[in-house]
Design a protein around this ligand. Structure first.
Ligand code: PAF
Length: 286
């Protein structure tokens, strides 16, 4: 496995792999890798021949109140995990390599996926999805993969990236892989490491609330307000949790629905201590 920092280097390795007839998979990450990422890499390796993992803490998706310097950086452990999971290349560029034009006075190019970037996490993180879409567009152009792999945990992100790829006619497939969970159901996330022991226990409430919703829906309840009310009760079982949102939305438009019918996303964001955790499930019912 090779580790490269320059766009030219990763392009050369990809070009060599393509000329040997290989298909290319890309797993975009910000590092601090965990089992959720490693399962994406393993899936990428099953579906494509040559897997590039990008590790780049993308400054443009952090808001002014979000401390990018505090974002965990664990390159040695990430490298070992990537190698074990079957990655062929780690692309770990510097911010200047990805955004050299940022200091130029004529301004920057952004990818805005309108409307879809407003609800859910977009409400409290203005500009976040513009940063995500822009860096993903750049990574897709740099690596030119046949497929890119994302986790279902970041449902809104996956939906936005899928829309960008479709609307901008980008020639790659987006593969969304199931959320990987701890034994108590907590979705794996780089942010889980910010939780202390008590907070870590409380964090299991997110998935408990989603499971309760699933049971209610399976039992015939369709009223979103009632379902959200029951989910809130579970999250509030701990005094340490602060609900950012619990929303029930259409999976294509991300618009809130009054009744759960067809493919529907139940999404939740909760602050526990200094960590803001997100999770979701998709249900499909009549
Ligand atoms: O999900 C993430 O880690 C990031 O948002 C991504 C897709 C790597 C873009 O920086």
């Amino acid at each position: 496995m090779k580790i490269v920092k320059k766009i030219q280097e990763v392009r050369k390795l990809v070009a060599e792999a393509k000329s040997a007839g290989k298909t290319i998979g890309l797993v975009p990450t910000m590092g601090a890798l965990h089992e959720g990422h490693f399962s994406l890499i393993r899936t990428a390796k099953k579906q494509t021949d040559f897997v590039v993992v990008s590790i780049f803490v993308n400054p443009t998706q952090f808001g002014p109140t979000e401390d990018i310097d505090k974002y965990p950086r664990t390159l040695d452990a990430d490298t070992a995990g990537c190698e074990k999971s079957g990655a062929d290349v780690i692309f770990a560029p510097t911010p200047d390599e990805i955004y050299p034009q940022q200091n130029l006075s004529w301004g920057n190019v952004w990818v805005n996926v309108e409307k879809l970037d407003q609800p859910l996490c977009g409400r409290n993180r203005p500009g976040h999805f513009r940063g995500v879409a822009t860096v993903c567009a750049k990574l897709f152009n740099i690596v030119q993969p046949d497929a890119a792999f994302f986790g279902q945990k970041d449902a809104q992100q996956s939906i936005i990236i899928q829309r960008m790829v479709a609307d901008l006619n980008m020639p790659l497939k987006i593969v969304v892989c199931p959320t990987v969970r701890e034994k108590d159901g907590l979705a794996m996330s780089s942010r889980n490491r910010y939780l202390n022991a008590d907070e870590r226990k409380d964090a299991a409430l997110l998935y408990a609330a989603l499971q309760e919703a699933e049971i209610l829906i399976a039992g015939g309840l369709r009223d979103s307000k009632k379902i959200i009310g029951e989910m809130e009760k579970i999250i509030k079982l701990s005094g340490r949790t602060k609900i950012d949102y619990i929303d029930i939305v259409n999976t294509k438009t991300l618009k809130e629905v009054e009744q759960v019918r067809g493919e529907t996303l139940l999404a939740i964001a909760v602050k526990i201590g200094s960590a803001r955790l997100i999770d979701n499930i998709i249900v499909d019912c009549n």
